[in-house]
Design a protein around this ligand. Structure first.
Ligand code: BG6
Length: 488
């Protein structure tokens, strides 16, 4: 990672004792400190509603680090890091109370970054409180996490409220998948390798599959999740971001505006779902009790705090058509679900079969090349290629083989940074390439809303699937209808 090239910061984390902050943000900030990527004068102020002082945040951070760090705490780094931490108890709904923030902020010497790690319903009031506190300057920034809204209308409401206080350049909208090494590598793979440039369209590619399978269930987040479902929680953001990286035209440069421009074009070209086509193009599922790695797990409606009548989907599979020149007739099959047999995120680019086969001796039907991009785990890139089998057979005999690039083997000595480490650093640097623009989010919602509306009109319920399976049988039917099958 590059060295720091920004001012010291006042990083203010709203909801500092919550799940995201304790699991990810504090740990990643410690890692940045360890890598000497935080200015010595950078301060971290945590805000939450529970009573306490700096010692509360220090002890919370310490237990998070002990729990989530792969290696033991480095005493020297910990001393430096813990000295940066302050804590402020605040009722976020009381606008006048934000004045208290002033005691921790140094407007002259530090740049203020406000991380909203709280439900979106609080975004508006926090913006107003910050404005009234007088702590903001033109260079202050705010970072917000998905979900940014529940649909297009609520997303606009949030963006409007935020834009009353922060200008476009000051807002960082996070989708943590854009901080993942392997997702960023898609840009390198596509735009730094000439072998792919001319083979990346409907002439060469038969179809694309994007799978983001999770082994975990709801993890105590039933309230949030039941309101979202897998479509809003994973598809609207993470899977669509991956899709845009695969499908976009080459951007003019790596500048944020050039990348955002190309991604928005793809989102605009997604064919809308309608009540007429939604049943044929989408499958929703909800996990029932089952077993994962031989351990029995409860069904979604049996989880703690569950509404036993819930019709929320924990799995969704769909065929996406992109109506543009490059992708005409090339379906993108997307699938994501909780309680799948394994955590596995991958992209399959299935190339077309050759028009003529001269190797009928070995293969009556010559298999087409397949590019597999393993996003997580076992990060890597794999290509199925046909080779001559060594030997003195009368005819050339073929064998299907793999070119396999494993990241852990190839980049043995590199530290794979966590997505949040990268994104926190980019927020401090003020580089918005890895953040999502307002237009992108709203375009993604426009398309997702077309699907949600079509489902609402049809009134179909999600199909049950056993935890530990790859979703309802209909997900296989979805591809079978087109003469294809999921790669795993
Ligand atoms: C989050 C979702 O955005 O991403 C979670 O809210 C999901 O439900 C998580 O489990 C998956 O992230 P990762 O990095 O583990 O693939």
């Amino acid at each position: 990672m590059n060295k720091k090239n920004f001012k010291p910061c006042d990083l203010v984390i709203f909801g500092v004792l919550g799940d995201l902050s304790t699991r990810k943000l504090l740990v990643c900030l410690y890692q940045l400190d360890k890598a000497n990527l935080l200015e010595s004068d950078t301060k971290i102020t945590g805000i939450d509603r529970f009573p306490g002082g700096a010692s509360l945040l220090i002890s919370t951070a310490q237990s998070s680090l002990n729990k989530f760090l792969a290696e033991p705490l480095n005493e020297e780094v910990w001393q430096r890091f813990s000295a940066r931490l302050n804590y402020l108890q605040l009722d976020l709904t009381k606008i006048d109370d934000y004045q208290q923030l002033n005691q921790y902020i140094d407007k002259e010497n530090r740049m203020m970054i406000n991380y909203f790690s709280v439900p979106p319903s609080l975004f508006k009031v926090i913006c107003l409180g910050l404005k009234k506190s007088g702590t903001l300057t033109d260079e202050s920034r705010m970072v917000m996490e998905k979900p940014i809204g529940h649909d297009l209308a609520s997303s606009k409401e949030i963006n409007d409220a935020v834009s009353e206080v922060f200008t476009g350049d000051q807002v960082c909208r996070i989708d943590h998948y854009l901080g993942k090494e392997t997702v960023l590598n898609l840009l390198a793979l596509r735009f730094a390798n000439s072998i792919f440039i001319n083979n990346w369209d409907h002439n060469a590619i038969d179809h694309v599959q994007i799978t983001v399978a999770e082994e975990v269930g709801i993890e105590g987040r039933w309230g949030y999740f039941d309101d979202s479902g897998q479509t809003r929680d994973m598809l609207q953001n993470h899977l669509l971001q991956i899709l845009t990286f695969i499908a976009m035209e080459p951007p003019v440069s790596l500048r944020a505006e050039d990348i955002h421009y190309e991604k928005i074009k793809v989102l605009k070209d997604l064919r809308m779902m309608t009540p007429e086509n939604v049943a044929e193009k989408t499958v929703r599922g909800q996990y029932a009790a089952g077993a994962i790695k031989n351990k029995t797990v409860p069904g979604y409606k049996e989880e703690e705090g569950a509404n036993t009548q819930s019709k929320t989907e924990t799995f969704v599979a769909l065929r996406v058509d992109i109506d543009n020149w490059r992708w005409a007739g090339v379906p993108f099959y997307l699938r994501t679900g909780k309680r799948m047999p394994a955590k596995q995120s991958e992209i399959i680019v299935q190339f077309k079969q050759l028009p003529h086969n001269i190797f009928t001796e070995s293969y009556a039907d010559l298999p087409a090349n397949k590019l597999t991009i393993r996003l997580q785990p076992n990060e890597g890139v794999e290509v199925d290629v046909m080779n001559k089998r060594p030997g003195i057979d009368e005819q050339i005999k073929l064998q299907k083989t793999k070119l396999d690039l494993s990241f852990s083997e190839t980049f043995k000595n590199s530290h794979i940074v966590d997505a949040y480490e990268r994104l926190l650093l980019e927020a401090m640097r003020g580089n918005s390439t890895l953040f999502i623009s307002r237009e992108e989010i709203e375009q993604a919602w426009t398309w997702v809303d077309s699907m949600q509306n079509a489902w609402a009109v049809k009134g179909d319920e999600p199909k049950a699937y056993a935890a530990g399976s790859w979703g309802p049988d209909d997900a296989c039917e979805l591809l079978k209808r087109d003469g294809r099958s999921w790669s795993s």
